[in-house]
Design a protein around this ligand. Structure first.
Ligand code: HEC
Length: 94
């Protein structure tokens, strides 16, 4: 009787623990893929002024920014994550 109860408690604790770690991992991976506005603002200020004057986010439409930043990603050697972050920032600021 005592053993059955503690086994059930152990099973519940394990299930809860596993559930939590799987959720945390998924959230981490999701966050890493999606563009982030604040990170993008910083990456934009750090990288997009290196070769020319800063271009106003309002200069281009969402679709134009996507194409332009892909082009600039190659020039500037940006990572995929920096590129997604910058696109997110520009598309929310134009
Ligand atoms: C390694 C140097 C370099 C970096 C870093 C760079 N650019 Fe450029 N950019 C250029 C050059 C050179 C041109 C002009 C020729 C061209 O379009 O490739 C240009 C052109 C542009 C244009 C004008 C395009 C057009 O058709 O009017 C925009 C807008 C622009 N860059 C935005 C950005 C943004 C946003 C970033 C940051 C993600 C960035 N650039 C980073 C070199 C760079």
């Amino acid at each position: 009787m005592k053993t059955a109860t503690s086994n059930r408690v152990l099973a519940l604790a394990l299930a809860a623990g596993l559930g939590l770690s799987v959720t945390a991992q998924a959230a981490e991976q999701g966050d890493a893929k999606e563009g982030d506005f604040l990170r993008g603002a910083k990456a934009w200020a750090d990288n997009c002024t290196r070769c020319h004057n800063v271009r106003d986010p309002k200069e281009l439409r969402d679709d134009q920014w996507k194409t332009t930043v892909f082009h600039m990603r190659v020039r500037g050697g940006l990572t995929g994550q920096q590129t997604r972050d910058i696109i997110k920032f520009l598309q929310e600021s134009n």
